[in-house]
Design a binder for this molecule. Structure first.
Ligand code: HEM
Length: 135
């Protein structure tokens, strides 16, 4: 049962990871001149970043529920996890601010924000590999 729960959480977590990177990549390269679609992508990105934090925390909660302690990680794995948490907090906040204020901002500023959101996704996704293999 515990493994099944981990697998379901992982499904959500994997699609969330694909979405945070994919939404920013789409805004930068597929719909770069479509403000309405970019607005919706920002909302999607905010949702996906929140989902990443929630599903990521669910891994720990599940381990705590079944094993009575949090996952035993240290060193590089802790750093990688902290990097992902910071990326999720910043990514969620920035995507939400974008969706609230994009109509007032120039295209150059919006483009800079999408680049930052894309970079956050790449850093978080790369950190996931280190968390996976150093824990
Ligand atoms: C609060 C934020 C986050 C937390 C607490 C969190 C936590 C976790 C945990 C506990 C795992 C399982 C590690 C293992 O298998 O040993 C995991 C896996 C993973 N996370 Fe996160 N995560 C967070 C954010 C993110 C973000 C923002 C991304 C990508 C954009 C991401 C991508 C992944 C991927 C791809 C895996 C699977 C790695 C693999 O098994 O190869 N995570 N995460």
């Amino acid at each position: 049962m515990q493994n099944l729960i981990y697998a379901f959480i992982q499904v959500v977590h994997n699609f969330g990871a694909a979405t945070v990177v994919g939404a920013a990549a789409s805004a930068l390269w597929l719909v770069r001149d479509n403000a309405a679609v970019q607005h919706r992508l920002a909302l999607l990105a905010a949702l996906a970043w929140a989902l990443q934090a929630a599903s990521g925390a669910s891994f720990g909660i599940t381990t705590f529920y079944y094993d009575g302690h949090l996952p035993d990680i240290h060193g590089i794995a802790i750093v990688a996890l902290l990097v992902k948490i910071v990326c999720a907090i910043i990514g969620f906040t920035v995507a939400l601010i974008y969706a609230r204020s994009d109509s007032k901002w120039p295209a150059s500023k919006l483009r800079f924000i999408w680049r930052a959101l894309f970079a956050l996704g790449v850093v978080a996704l790369s950190s996931a590999a280190f968390l996976r293999w150093f824990s």
